[in-house]
Design a binder for this molecule. Structure first.
Ligand SMILES: *Cc1c(COP(=O)(O)O)cnc(C)c1O
Length: 369
């Protein structure tokens, strides 16, 4: 059996951080120190956003975005339906109602016409998802939000490093959330961040993420509100900073690999997720749709038999057991994409010729049947 081809590979090694890591341990300062400050600055420098607030995950980040906007019971939040379920879960968590918006079959992102048709006075926020890191269509959605005066949250859990007409994701929507989970391009083990240009949002979020403390009362912390602990440690921040400085090189190389894959797979009728004009996609995940004649699950299984990892694109949230039972409103294109997309291994050194030839032989066997 040939060597296993894994689906993902982190872009950080122990060697890269070992000496600074040793300094962190020797200093005894494991949180709220210089590495967190440095990582925050690198996030604002890199994205062009005015403020960055580290969080424990994209999920906590999204929840706090809904809270800073005052979203509550009785409100509706319109969300892209093709995403990891966390995007819908945060809406449930603040007791609001998710309104599932179907997506475009080529970009996999929120469909602007479907959003327009579902807007009403109760929709108090929109969460646009950069599906698999692709921000295509955010501009049109932003215009609609501005037209109706609805705040826009960008679930950019997968999209750090992507941009729209040269503007990096992180400074486009009113609030943007990143994830630093190991499945994402930049990882701190677990972690996330909120980016915003709004000073009031930023100071409220910083205070809430730090037990409700803001400034001093005499010589001690002033607790001006109740709060949470959503801070990041020095070790995580060090990991994050080490990767952000090389992120553009990483996404550039992933784009080259993606292009080679597409050349090999398009003749089979496999179609790559599309980035529209002016969009730079970080290729957080390399996703193709398979033709209707091919059973996607059988293809994943066949690849696994050849020691190659792959998985589906992502989920149709409205079709999950919980959301379909509660709301009974499955979005057809999102559901189609959940059933017909496949994510392939995409990183430096991946043996893509082997992946392509295994997929080609699967298609060949299928046609013979
Ligand atoms: C991964 C992901 C999340 C959740 O991120 P965590 O940091 O694991 O909480 C949310 N939304 C999308 C689109 C994701 O891909």
């Amino acid at each position: 059996m040939k060597e296993r081809i894994k689906l993902i590979k982190p872009y950080i090694t122990f060697e890269e951080i070992s000496s600074e890591l040793e300094e962190v341990f020797n200093s005894g300062q494991l949180t709220k120190g210089p590495h967190v400050a440095k990582f925050i600055k690198s996030l604002t420098d890199y994205t062009g956003s005015s403020y960055a607030i580290p969080m424990t995950s994209a999920t906590t980040a999204l929840t706090m975005c809904l809270k800073v906007l005052g979203i509550k019971k009785g409100d509706k939040v319109a969300i892209s339906d093709f995403s990891f379920p966390a995007t819908a879960n945060v809406v449930e968590d603040v007791e609001a109602t998710p309104i599932f918006i179907d997506v475009d079959k080529n970009t996999y992102n929120m469909c602007v016409e479907d959003l327009r048709s579902k807007l009403d006075d109760k929709v108090k926020a929109v969460i646009f998802v950069d599906a698999l890191g692709n921000p295509s269509g955010i501009d049109e959605i932003k215009s609609v939000c501005e037209e109706f005066g609805i705040p826009l949250i960008e679930d950019s859990a997968c999209a750090i490093g992507s941009s729209v007409n040269g503007v990096k994701v992180g400074s486009i929507a009113d609030l943007t959330c990143f994830s630093f989970h190991p499945r994402k391009l930049l990882t701190t083990g677990e972690g996330g961040a909120i980016l915003t240009n709004n000073h009031e949002y930023a100071s409220w979020l910083e205070m809430k993420a730090n037990h409700g403390a803001s400034g001093l009362r005499g010589k001690v912390f002033d607790f001006v509100d109740f709060g949470y602990n959503y801070r990041m440690s020095e070790i995580q921040a060090l990991m994050g900073w080490k990767q952000i400085v090389k992120l553009d090189d990483i996404t550039g190389r992933r784009n080259l690999i993606a292009k080679k894959y597409a050349q090999g797979l398009q003749p089979l009728g496999m179609k790559r997720q599309e980035a529209t004009e002016g969009i730079y996609h970080n290729i957080q995940s390399l996703v193709f749709t398979v033709p209707e004649t091919i059973k996607r699950d059988d293809l994943i299984e066949y690849l696994a038999e050849h020691n190659i990892e792959s998985t589906l694109g992502t989920y149709c949230m409205s079709g999950t057991t919980f959301y379909s039972k509660k709301y009974n409103t499955i979005q057809p294109i999102a559901q189609w994409l959940e059933n017909h997309t496949i994510t392939l291994p995409c990183y430096d050194g991946v043996d893509l010729q082997r992946v392509i030839s295994v997929i080609t032989s699967f298609f060949y066997l299928n046609r013979k049947k």
